[in-house]
Structure formats: C-alpha cells, structure tokens
Design a protein around this ligand. Sequence first.
Ligand SMILES: NC(=O)c1ccc[n+]([C@@H]2O[C@H](COP(=O)([O-])OP(=O)(O)OC[C@H]3O[C@@H](n4cnc5c(N)ncnc54)[C@H](O)[C@@H]3O)[C@@H](O)[C@H]2O)c1
Ligand SMILES: CCCCC[C@H](O)/C=C/C=C\C=C\C=C\[C@@H](O)[C@@H](O)CCCC(=O)O
Length: 257
Amino acid sequence: MVLQGKVALITGAAQGLGKAFSQALLRRGARVVLLDMKHVEGQQTGQEMADKFGPENSTFIQCDVTAKEQLDSAFNKASSQFGGLDLVVNNAGILDEVQWERCLAVNLEAVIRGTYNGLNHMSTQNGGRGGHIINVASIAGLLSSIPAAPVYTTSKHGVVALSRCMGHAMHYKRHGVRVNALCPSFTDTDIIHVTEDSMGKDFWMVPKTVQKLGGLLPVSTVVEGFLQLVEDDTQLTGAVMRVTLAKGIDYKQYREE
Ligand SMILES: NC(=O)c1ccc[n+]([C@@H]2O[C@H](COP(=O)([O-])OP(=O)(O)OC[C@H]3O[C@@H](n4cnc5c(N)ncnc54)[C@H](O)[C@@H]3O)[C@@H](O)[C@H]2O)c1
Ligand SMILES: CCCCC[C@H](O)/C=C/C=C\C=C\C=C\[C@@H](O)[C@@H](O)CCCC(=O)O
C-alpha cells in the first residue's frame, strides 16, 4: 500500500507501539485517527502529531475499545471526517492476569469488533475502497506455554487465529480487505512493567524472561516490521509476522490446510 493520502485508524495510540506506528504513517503522508481510552496522554500525543504533521492530518478520539458504542462511533467519526478508511490497526492491549476478564475484553473481543468494523467500513461490497487490517498480537500468541500469563497468551492466540481466518482468500475476495497479524516479542514499552497487582505472584517471571531472551526489542524494530507489512504490495493476507531479537523480522510458515 502506498501510504501517501491514505487514512488509518489506530487503537491504543496514545503511547508505546500505537504512538510509534501513528508517527511512522504520518511521516509517509498518511492521515491518522488516534484512538485511546487515556484522555490526557491521548490529547497530548494528538497535539504532538498535529504540531509535527499539520492539524488537518490527524485527530485524537477518546475511546474505550471495550465499549461497543464508543468503538462504533469512533469508526463512524473517523470515516466521515477523513472520507473513508484504508488501514485499521487493532493495537490496544493490556497485560492483566488478575482482572483477566478485562484482558480478554481488550485484547480479544475488541480486536474482533475492530476487525468487523474495519471490514464494514472498507469492504468493496459496502462501497469502500478495500484496505488492510493489522491486528497486533504477540509472539506469546504463537508459543504454547507461558505459565505467568495464561490469559494474555490465550487472548493473543485468539488474535492470531482471528487474523488467519479473516485474512483467508475467501474473505479477501468478498471484501478486498487484507487481514494480517503482527507478533512482536518483548518490546521496550510500558506494558511490560508489570506488578503483583496486575500479574499476581508470578509477576517476577516477566523481567526474568526478558533477561533470558537477551533483552528488549527497541520500538523502532517493531515499527520497521509494521511498515513492511503495511507497504507490502504482494496482496499478502492471513499472514503472521514475527519480530524477535533472535531472528529479526520474519513470517511464520504454516502448512497448507
Ligand atoms: N511491549 C511488548 O512487549 C509487546 C509485545 C508484543 C505485543 N505487544 C502488544 O502491542 C500492543 C501495544 O502495546 P504497547 O507495548 O505499546 O503497550 P502500552 O501499554 O505502552 O500501550 C497500550 C495502549 O493501549 C491503550 N489501551 C489499553 N486499554 C485500552 C482500551 N480499553 N481502550 C483503548 N485503549 C486502550 C493504553 O491506554 C495504551 O495507550 C498491545 O496489544 C500489546 O499486547 C506488546
Ligand atoms: C509474560 C507475557 C508478557 C507479554 C508481553 C509481550 O506480549 C511479549 C511476549 C513475548 C514473549 C514471551 C515469551 C515468554 C516465554 C517464556 O515462557 C519462556 O518460554 C521463554 C524461555 C526463554 C529461554 O529459556 O531462553
């Protein structure tokens, strides 16, 4: 996808990976709608983007992705303000094994809704231009045993499965919308600063695992993978991109099913 003039909607864009993805898209001439439930941080990031790239090229909408009416309304607003959508990035996520229902609601249910909303808005069957949905999963969504984070891991496995199903050629032919999953390993953002309050007694395993894996990925490496996926012009769909310290950026290979 050539990004110049395209319209992107990104959830969880106030900070971390979502903010970095937004900035990378704006740099390439896309217009970006930033969604986040954090009002102060979101406004601040929105202002920063407006100052750098022009107020006409981005906007911040406060939105809790788990609230159906807020998410639907944010998609409608974004689409009417910018004249349709070309790219949806379902990125908002949390790591919470204590309030695990919330973890599933943010990381999985809202990504399902965001994927369906993206299809509704971009499908050529509904008068859309076609487009691309990128669901931010995690390398945790490809590993079979992460004992400290069972629900987070389950949610990310769900995101990978969802993206592979909705990225299938059958859906792509109907809608003209590609769906792919992005699976980074531990990256230098706030989500990994876990406590006993959010993770329970096994919280110490997170820094220990990071250490074992050789450290954190810089955000810039994940942005590099993200841009490769967005700018790919081979009609890649249903793909799962991994970003790890050990192997860099690659795609998980699946046998024909
Ligand atoms: N950092 C990592 O190690 C890592 C690795 C793999 C995948 N991921 C995934 O990347 C995504 C982005 O995370 P990050 O690392 O930038 O963390 P982060 O905590 O810095 O950012 C997450 C953002 O999501 C927002 N958010 C959370 N719940 C929300 C809700 N209900 N509605 C709207 N916004 C909400 C937060 O306010 C925050 O701005 C997440 O899906 C995360 O699971 C992160
Ligand atoms: C604990 C979950 C944190 C989630 C943050 C983010 O999404 C990144 C997750 C990435 C990978 C997690 C891997 C965890 C693996 C361990 O359980 C273990 O399998 C790794 C052992 C490494 C080793 O022994 O060398």
